[in-house]
Design a protein around this ligand. Structure first.
Ligand code: PAF
Length: 281
């Protein structure tokens, strides 16, 4: 597997593949790769002839009090994990390659409406940073297919909208969330958890399952949100949101609406913020 840092080398490699008529799949990441990321590479690998991954800790999607500085940078291990999945090329740019005028003077994309709620409400500017960097990476890689994890469900929706609204010629594919045996969704941030917190963290997934069970039994979604939030609070979590929404647009469901719903949770456990979701279909 080739690793390139600059845009010209990336474009040259991709030009070579395109000249042979090969298709290109793309998996953008923040690095510190785990089995969840590897499953995204596998999905791309099965669908396109060439696979590119990027590792870039994007400064514009982190808020001032978030973990940009302490986000684990593990490029050597990431290279090995990608090579194991038969990834063809790792693009690992520096900040100046992605933001030639500096991150604070960059063109910034805003995907309206769907970013006003949930993560967007709790992390102001986060999705502007995500949409901006993903659009820049798409412009550089020009993939046929890009794979994103369903764990960041709202991010997936934001990217789908951006791609459609800007008529970008890339197919966005959603990959199922990979979980530890006890149900905790795999995330690079899980390593911030202490042993005691790690033992409690699967309660988030358990709560999502409980919400689904109670909704199936006919309980109204509004009551479920409150019961679930209270359950997490009792166990020492500080929930940012515990909601049931329409999966399509993340709007509140109508009274009695049952189909196409998703439960989403974001909660703090100690100094770690965890997110997860469960589609109810
Ligand atoms: O989900 C992530 O890892 C990041 O938000 C992404 C899509 C790579 C953009 O920086």
């Amino acid at each position: 597997m080739q690793t390139v840092q600059d845009a010209a080398a990336l474009r040259a490699a991709i030009r070579g593949w395109r000249a042979k008529g090969q298709t290109v799949g793309f998996v953008p990441t923040l690095g510190n790769l785990h089995a969840g990321h590897q499953s995204l590479i596998k999905l791309a690998r099965a669908r396109t002839e060439r696979v590119v991954a990027s590792v870039f800790v994007n400064p514009t999607q982190f808020g001032p009090n978030e973990d940009f500085e302490r986000y684990p940078r593990t490029l050597v291990q990431d290279q090995a994990a990608l090579a194991d999945e038969d990834c063809d090329l790792l693009f690992a740019p520096d900040v100046a390659t992605i933001y030639p005028f500096g991150a604070e003077h960059s063109v910034s994309l805003r995907v309206p409406q769907i970013t006003d709620t949930l993560e967007g409400a709790h992390r102001p500017g986060h999705f502007d940073g995500v949409a901006t960097v993903v659009c820049k990476l798409f412009n550089l890689v020009q993939p046929d297919l890009a794979v994103f994890g369903q764990k960041d469900f709202q991010q997936l929706k934001v990217i789908e909208r951006m791609v459609r609204d800007l008529s970008l010629p890339v197919k966005v594919m959603a990959a199922p969330t990979l979980r530890a045996e006890d149900g905790l969704a795999l995330s690079s941030r899980n390593q911030y958890l202490s042993a005691a917190e790690r033992a409690r963290a699967p309660l988030i997934h358990d709560t999502l399952l409980k919400m689904r069970e109670l909704l199936d039994q006919g309980h109204p979604w509004q009551a479920l949100e409150q019961t679930a939030a209270a359950r997490l609070t009792r166990a020492g979590f500080i929930p940012d949101y515990v909601v049931i929404r329409r999966a399509e647009d993340l709007a509140e469901p109508a009274e009695g609406e049952r189909g196409g719903l998703i439960a989403l949770i974001a909660a703090r456990l100690g100094s770690t913020r965890l997110i997860d979701n469960l589609l109810f279909d």
